[in-house]
Design a protein around this ligand. Sequence first.
Ligand SMILES: O=C[C@H](O)COP(=O)(O)O
Length: 321
Amino acid sequence: MASLATKAGREAASLARPPLQDFFPLYVPGPPPVDQVAVEERASSLAKRSIKKGAKVAGLKLAIAMMDLTTLEGKDSAGKVRALCNKALRPLETDASVGPCAAICVYPNLVPVAKRALEGSTVKVASVATAFPSGQSPLDIKLQDVRRAVEFGADEIDMVIDRGAMLSGQYAKVYDEIAATKEACGAAHLKVILETGELGSYDVVRRASEIGIAAGGDFIKTSTGKVQPAATPPVTLVMLETIRDHYYATGRKIGMKPAGGVRTAKQALHYLVLVKETLGDEWLTPDLFRFGASALLNDVLMQLEKERTGNYQAAEDFSKD
Ligand SMILES: O=C[C@H](O)COP(=O)(O)O
């Protein structure tokens, strides 16, 4: 079968598209159905792990270093993005050992502003593209969206999958769009957003994760932040297990990004426990794990200050994140 990872390959494949049942071998032998009760119990039991003070401070600092500090609002402006970039570069004015964040995540229009503000730093510029958040545009428009974001300087592209295609079993369409997006990314890293809140079951989340990985995603990401439920520990666990199984089968390491609704330091630490217990310490790095969050940073900073001083700071003591 022609390689679906190249333009010529995709054209050849779409001319002679095999019936869906012939396409399935790309993904089978499929996993057994996800055991819903077991996955929810495991996610909940890992949330109860107590974390010692030293590990807690290290975990909080790591959570900041893994954060894609995000603003994805219609009212976003150059001024807001510049302020957010400054916050990503130096999250805590009084302590240079905290941060920087891993990336800023913005709409394509604001990539040039973020790129300039972050010049010379290690903070990456991530941009949502592919008609985020719905993905409801023709593929050529979505690919153009990706190419423009990369031309503007995006280091990372966060794409959305076609959830309608996924839910109606058009797996080849989902795969081909991801592969085409990967190609359009060039050197930029690709994060594949599944929008798990629309997928309906852990089995579909598992299959979408497999397709995202097989089609070339560097990361798989839970959500856009625009649909509820967004990231949850059980959904994240299902995705982490898919990454683990892919690693065992191929040796290739895929990153994970829970995003949407992650608001508290406690939640962030819980996610780090899930990663450590599922994939091990190797994944506890911004190269392989990120939080997508617009309103998490200040709570993590407050908890860090609490660990340092024994007192809670007022939220007003931190600049808005
Ligand atoms: O990709 C990141 C999400 O859009 C952030 O969602 P959030 O605003 O719920 O933190």
